[in-house]
Design a protein around this ligand. Structure first.
Ligand SMILES: Nc1nc2c(ncn2[C@@H]2O[C@H](COP(=O)(O)OP(=O)(O)O)[C@@H](O)[C@H]2O)c(=O)[nH]1
Ligand SMILES: [Mg+2]
Length: 337
């Protein structure tokens, strides 16, 4: 049955793709075999992450990006991570409808996934969903997620190129970026460039990038500055800053160029291989942690659960560390053999 689904997906059936992602999202029994069967068909897609605060214009921009890719003849898959908060649920649904209606083209396959309640973590589910889209043959895969916390940072690290949207406004926004998002940005998009303050935001971003690279702000690396003059981060790449007006489709060509430039850079510098290696190692580690946890839980259940240990700790007959040691000792002994 799972083989039929794989065949249908590989054969270009969008419903099979949707069903596969549902299985991935719900971790339906058998989903692992499904993902395993798809893996050998992957590796060709460019994966782009788009992140930023709610309302920054991510969905509008992703919609325009997708249209442009279609116009170039590329097929597109979009995964929108729905933070499922009571505040944004409605807006995300609106996005979905708008994106579907604007594009009106099955070669832009849009799929929302919940960030909440995904067993074992949404970043695993996201990379598996990306795998499904890649195996399907989508040329460009875009992940849209709210850049809120570590979870989202992990999600967006699934992408080769990460674009961080920064709406124009008080410099506060740029200050806030310093917490984590800055490190993962391959390019910054100052969207809503039609609004006041976008020049200021571009300036703030540039200053921040110069600060990070330890280079004084000599003002010679504008959005269109030559690559050679830009100070580099540890990857050897300094994020480009692109201004867009997503609602009017302005700056989209520049954004596409910046994305392509980054992807070309990744390939030429070897950073692409390195990133994929790191990501794969991280993926295996995550699975190991999950599987080990499951194994341990199963073993604990067989040994009567945690209750007795809890009682003993509360009765001061043992302590939590000793309890954990005691639980692990037989497993360590097994591993030692
Ligand atoms: N003025 C202006 N509004 C924009 C622009 N891009 C998006 N918006 C509006 O900002 C609001 C939020 O956009 P949305 O794409 O849903 O943001 P998301 O929450 O980041 O996905 C919508 O009302 C958009 O029409 C832009 O470039 N300029
Ligand atoms: Mg959105």
């Amino acid at each position: 049955m799972s083989e039929d689904l794989v065949d249908a997906l590989l054969g270009g059936d969008h419903r099979a793709l949707a069903r596969t992602i549902t299985k991935i999202e719900n971790r339906t029994p058998g989903y692992r075999d499904l993902v395993a069967a798809l893996h050998e068909h992957t590796g060709d897609a460019d994966v782009i992450g788009v992140t930023g605060s709610p309302g920054a214009g991510k969905s509008t921009l992703v919609d325009k990006l997708a249209q442009e890719y279609r116009a170039q003849g590329d097929t597109v898959g979009v995964i929108a991570i729905d933070p499922s908060s009571p505040f944004s649920g409605g807006a995300v649904l609106g996005d979905r409808i708008r994106m579907a209606s604007t594009v009106g083209d099955m070669d832009v396959f849009v799929r929302s996934m919940s960030a909440r309640g995904t067993l074992g973590g949404v970043s695993t589910a996201t990379s598996d969903a990306v795998r499904a889209l890649d195996a399907f043959g989508k040329d460009r895969i875009i992940i849209e997620t709210v850049g809120a916390g570590q979870n989202e940072i992990d999600i967006v690290k699934t992408a080769d190129t990460v674009a961080v949207l920064v709406p124009p406004g008080s410099g506060d926004d740029v200050q806030m970026l310093k917490a984590g998002i800055l490190e993962i940005a391959d390019l910054f998009v100052v969207n809503k460039a039609d609004l006041d303050g976008s020049d200021r935001t571009v300036r703030d971003l540039r200053e921040m990038l110069d600060e990070r690279s330890g280079t004084p702000n000599t003002g010679h690396h504008g959005a269109d500055a030559s690559v050679t003059q830009r100070p580099a981060d540890e990857d050897g790449w300094t994020p480009e800053i692109v201004e867009t007006v997503a609602t009017r489709g302005e700056g989209i060509d520049e954004l596409l160029d910046a994305i392509d430039e980054h992807q070309a850079y990744l390939r030429e510098s070897g950073a692409y291989e390195e990133r994929r290696r790191m990501r794969t190692a991280e993926e295996i580690r995550t699975l190991l942690r999950e599987d080990l946890g499951d194994l341990l839980e199963g073993d604990l259940d067989e040994r009567g659960g945690l209750d007795q240990f809890v009682d003993d700790v509360l009765a001061r007959e043992t302590d939590p560390y000793a309890a954990a040691d005691e639980i692990l000792t037989p497993i360590e002994e097994c591993l030692g053999e």
